[in-house]
Design a protein around this ligand. Structure first.
Ligand SMILES: [Zn+2]
Length: 666
């Protein structure tokens, strides 16, 4: 059943606004956005799925954009739920009329009521009522659902989410082929993630597209709601401020507030990156690193943040007056800081009052490492210090300026065969499994348990670059972290562990294996641009046989350029030059503060520049020079108490409710 009841005035005004004739639209105020988002408001459809869903008592903001007649002001507004006023607590409402992202000739007010919650399960109607200065009024209706929580046995104490960024089914299969080997059609052994007893498939779309980026890709798992691309822990709005968006309470915040659980975040990326930030930080701009890392510290009382580990020191180092935004002073690298006021925030009063959040300040000169230490966090700048910090009760680890170097290059350093990590200036970076082990040790001291997110971030980053052997080793490193988490769950049976991805990336597929020894590939690259590297080398079906990699004691292949190596193609690719061989240096990472400076300036700038004189051109299907995410469902595997909840095909937002139920939400 579909019922449509369209308000004629709203349509008229909207069409006139589209036609840039706002002055003719003076008939009455209208509502152009109602949050939480719903199909009922957007399309007046009552038969669609409930878009916004919350736990009983989970906090979220109510907001509407009211378009006023020219010259009119907003006289009054209120929200009601099922016809009953949603009585705001003192100081938790606001009316914003400036700094809007709407066209300047639109007269509008964004009205908010912060940190609303409701305990009654079921579908509820949300109505905003607004009156403008001449007495004309408007109301608009949407809906949201409060999800019923049946009792679920003994709650789990600890929740561990292992997030392989960009890790679809192909990536798991390719890692198994490389690290475990196949014989006569069967794998010799399984990956750690293959041994999890329950597996399902996850739909990954965001609020505004079938293809998500990593911000909603993670946020949707831990808020139960669809965020739009680039946003984490918030719904979209019509203001320019990236930190004032309508918030949704995170799993970490909900379980800290109701149970006192701690939060741990471990990533191989810069800690400001979308996936880690989408565990704890509320912003509509995933790029605003200064504010994101400030919020980690300043709102740790809301999230229970106890462990934060990864790269990203550039956001924590004080940026003095003399220091330019790019970390250069007179063209020379300074301390690497990229803190600036533009990517920082100061929250409006209604958010501070409603959520108990710290107001914040635009303070690029802040020394955030020192402030974390003042708050009782041990600080580990490298692997040696990390090992020594296992006995601490709170831990900050920042092992590089931005994203950490990848396993391919970290292992190369440990074996004495690569100087890449030295070139980046961080020779002693831990592996993800080492970080995971220390993090779980520290978090295990928390009497009320914890929520931990451990991210293999550069599976995705190297897939974007189509650097096959680099992302493959990232999956191997991630799987070693999976083993650490599984071992923890074996010794702490009150733990649920899930492994999943935020999305697939690059449309990676295992197309077969080389029919030639590596020496032939190497000589083929002497004649660039020929199809010889493809037609004479790509073995499909049975010609691919079973590629054999020799795995060293450290868990990684002794050599990725084995004879008859596995070959990977990309279905969501940009132009690149392919040699099928491993690249001795990584492609440059523009997030590094000193990229372009010696000694990194010899590294290829893009996949399109990489191997341009030695590889054959593979033309892409997407614009730009990077491969992109895809909309394909991703696997999710579960281990531990309650794992059976994760079988079947589910939406990424469903995972939130499953985890919350297992953790004893009620
Ligand atoms: Zn990505």
């Amino acid at each position: 059943m579909t019922s449509r009841s369209i308000q004629p005035l709203f349509v008229t005004c909207a069409l006139l606004a589209l036609a840039a004739l706002p002055t003719l639209c003076g008939a009455a105020p209208s509502v152009s956005r109602l949050t939480p988002p719903s199909e009922l408001f957007a399309t007046h459809t009552t038969s669609g799925p409930a878009i916004a869903r919350f736990l009983p008592g989970q906090h979220f903001d109510l907001q509407a954009t009211v378009r006023l007649d020219p010259g009119a002001t907003l006289a009054d507004f209120r929200f009601s739920v099922d016809g009953i006023d949603a009585r705001p607590a003192a100081g938790t409402t606001s009316v914003v009329t400036t700094g809007l992202s709407l066209p300047t000739d639109v007269n509008a007010a964004v009205v908010s009521q912060r940190a609303y919650s409701l305990k009654t399960p079921g579908l509820h109607t949300l109505t905003v009522h607004a009156t403008q200065s001449d007495g004309q009024s408007v109301s608009a209706t949407g809906n949201f659902e409060i999800v019923a929580l049946e009792r679920n046995g003994k709650p789990v104490k600890n929740v561990i989410i292992l997030l392989g960024d960009g890790m679809g089914a192909s990536q798991r299969t390719a890692a198994r082929i490389m690290s475990r080997g196949y014989a006569l059609g069967k794998p010799q052994r399984l990956l750690a993630m293959d041994t999890f007893p329950v597996t399902g498939m996850v739909m990954t779309a965001s609020l505004d597209g079938i293809v998500t980026d990593s911000a909603p890709g993670m946020s949707n798992y831990v808020t139960g709601n669809k965020s739009a691309n680039n946003m984490e822990g918030v719904f979209p709005d019509d203001t320019l401020d990236a930190f004032d968006n309508p918030r949704i309470e995170y799993l970490s915040e909900y379980l800290h507030r109701t149970q006192g659980k701690a939060l741990g975040i471990v990533t191989s990326a810069d800690v400001f990156d979308a996936t880690p930030a989408a565990m704890a930080v509320h912003t509509s701009n995933r790029g605003y690193g200064t504010g994101i890392v400030d919020q980690y510290l300043d709102d740790r009382g809301l999230t229970g943040l106890t462990v934060l580990m990864g790269g990203g020191r550039k956001w924590f180092l004080p940026n003095g007056d003399k220091l330019k935004e790019n970390g250069l002073l007179d063209g020379q690298p300074m301390n690497g800081s990229q803190r600036d006021a533009r990517s920082d925030y100061e929250l409006p009063s209604d958010l501070v009052q409603g959520w108990g959040a710290a107001r914040g300040a635009k303070d690029p000169g802040r020394d955030l490492i020192q402030e974390f230490q003042n708050a009782g966090f041990a600080y580990a700048p490298d692997k040696a210090a990390l090992s020594a910090a296992a006995s601490s009760t709170r831990l900050l680890g920042l092992f590089s300026y931005s994203n950490m170097n990848v396993a391919f290059d970290k292992i190369g350093k440990r074996r004495g065969t690569s100087t890449v990590v030295d070139d980046y200036g961080f020779p002693d970076q831990p592996m993800l499994d080492e970080m995971t082990s220390v993090a779980l040790n520290v978090l295990a001291k928390q009497k009320q348990g914890f929520v931990a997110m451990i991210e293999g971030a550069s599976i995705d980053k190297q897939e974007h670059l189509m650097d096959t052997d680099r992302w493959l080793l990232e999956v191997l490193e991630f799987d070693r972290a999976v083993q650490v988490a599984k071992d923890f769950a074996v010794s702490h049976p009150d733990t649920i562990v899930i492994i999943t991805a935020d999305h697939e990336c690059a449309g990676a597929s295992i197309i077969g294996a080389s029919t030639k020894p590596t020496a032939v590939l190497q000589s083929a690259t002497a004649s660039p641009g020929t199809a010889a590297q493809r037609d004479a080398i790509v073995g499909t079906y049975q010609a691919s046989k079973f590629p054999k990699y020799v795995i060293a004691a450290d868990g990684y292949p002794i050599n990725t350029d084995v004879d008859f190596k596995m070959l990977i193609g990309y279905g969501a690719n940009a132009d690149r030059y392919e040699t099928w061989l491993s690249n001795s240096t990584p492609t440059q990472d523009p997030q590094q503060p000193f990229v372009g400076a010696a000694p990194l300036n010899g590294y290829p700038a893009t996949p399109n520049a990489r191997n341009a004189t030695t590889g054959f051109l593979v033309t892409g299907q997407v614009p730009g020079d990077s491969a992109v995410h895809t909309a394909t469902d991703v696997p999710l595997s579960a281990y531990g108490r309650g794992a059976m909840a994760f079988t079947g095909v589910m939406d990424n937002t469903d995972v939130f409710f499953k985890l919350a139920k297992l953790a004893g939400a009620r």
